[in-house]
Design a protein around this ligand. Structure first.
Ligand code: SF4
Ligand code: SF4
Length: 89
């Protein structure tokens, strides 16, 4: 099964309160924007003026952005109970 097929089996209950926040001011000084590559579900997208847009709606809670953001712009916590990703194996 491909990664795309696996991701299509995931169910999300999106919390209105984001469990991840991104300090966009720091992103403006990030030269390489690695989050555009390392996030498996493409929650990070390019924005105007070299910035970054972020949406938590498709987040699979892998934590990669917290570890690999090179300017410590990401604040991360698990979604509150009953929200977030649900895996089916
Ligand atoms: S890696 Fe971090 S600082 Fe750089 S663009 Fe992504 S979220 Fe912003
Ligand atoms: S926790 Fe993983 S899936 Fe969620 S935004 Fe960060 S890198 Fe993307």
């Amino acid at each position: 099964m491909s990664l795309t097929e696996r991701l299509s089996t995931i169910h999300f209950t999106v919390d209105e309160t984001p469990h991840i926040t991104v300090d966009g001011g720091r992103c403006l000084h990030c030269a390489t924007h690695p989050c555009l590559v390392f996030c498996p579900t493409r929650c990070f997208t390019p924005a105007d003026a070299g910035g970054i847009s972020y949406s938590h709606a498709g987040c699979v809670e892998c934590g990669t952005c917290l570890v690999l953001c090179n300017r410590a712009a990401v604040t991360w916590r698990y979604p509150q109970g009953g929200y977030g990703v649900a895996y089916r194996f």
